[in-house]
Design a protein. Structure first.
Length: 287
């Protein structure tokens, strides 16, 4: 890796080019979310979309047969898996696989093991879904927002001119270090890529502003919700190095997120139970 000599800039074209080399399941996940927002989407459309990626197809069938989804009889085809898992759960299942595909390699630039990056994504996604359910907002959009909030760090990690993060001893604020180094934060990189992939505007805005949701020009409640989710994941011991100083889990942030202490507490309990179940999945048998 290069040493830090002068700030460099990641422009949108570079972000999209690097993003295009990421596993195709991520883009399919975004297209699936758009399909499920339509009232007239049918099973065949979903199956045809998932089938574009053979690796995604294989894992959807395998995970559909896992104890996590509680199906009593084995399914051997994608059509069966989608039909039996249902439209409600197929979104979360595809998202889970997409995030897993994106988190296969350690992020050398950030000195971050793939396992921690994956766990943080899953925890944040589950928290966002549980929060949204209690706040009365769209749970699919919230789940996507939590699951993919750090996709920008994969792009930065894969950037040929990437500079190695020096660690919390030298840079306690990871977002500030990114701005100093690249003139853009990982949150903004992620927002631009998610926008390119046509994820919901609320997801794009929440990811863009979640570090400082009080300054958001759009999606401020979703950004605050994502901020709280990141704080809780950090409290579970699943935070990312250099982010510990960024999060506030207080009454004002909860209010901005549309949550009360009671509703947030119930959501956190539910999300933690689901995270533990997901963390225990036997991916080797579904890979």
């Amino acid at each position: 890796m290069k040493g830090v000599e002068s700030p460099m800039s990641l422009d949108r074209a570079t972000i999209v080019t690097i993003g295009s080399a990421l596993p195709p399941a991520i883009g399919i996940f975004g297209r699936l979310e758009a399909l499920l927002r339509k009232s007239d989407t049918d099973l065949d459309e979903i199956v045809d979309l998932i089938r574009i990626d053979p690796a995604l197809t294989f894992q959807v069938i395998k995970l559909g047969n896992s104890v996590f989804y509680g199906l009593k009889n084995r399914c051997d085809s994608l059509e069966e898996a989608v039909a039996r898992v249902g439209f409600g759960d197929i979104h979360s299942l595809v998202g889970l696989v997409a995030a897993r595909h994106a988190c296969q390699q350690d992020l050398q630039t950030y000195q971050m093991p793939a396992r921690r990056f994956w766990e943080n994504a899953v925890a944040t996604g589950q928290l966002m879904m549980a929060f949204a359910s209690r706040a009365g907002t769209d749970t699919r959009t919230a789940y996507s927002t939590g699951l993919l909030r750090n996709i920008g760090r994969i792009v930065i990690n894969n950037y040929p001119g990437a500079v190695r993060y020096p660690g919390v001893a030298q840079a306690k604020d990871l977002a500030a270090w990114e701005m100093d180094t690249y003139r853009i934060s990982a949150a903004e990189v992620a927002a631009q890529l998610l926008e390119h992939w046509r994820f919901a505007a609320e997801t794009v805005g929440a990811v863009r502003w979640h570090v400082h949701p009080e300054t958001a020009t759009d999606s401020n409640s979703a950004a605050a919700m994502l901020h709280v989710a990141a704080a809780v994941a950090d409290g579970w011991g699943l935070g990312l190095p250099g982010e510990q100083t960024l999060w506030q889990q207080n009454a004002a942030m909860l209010e901005l997120a549309g949550l009360s202490e009671a509703s947030a507490g119930a959501a956190i309990t539910e999300a933690q139970e689901k995270f533990v179940r997901i963390a225990g999945l036997q991916w080797a048998s579904a890979a």
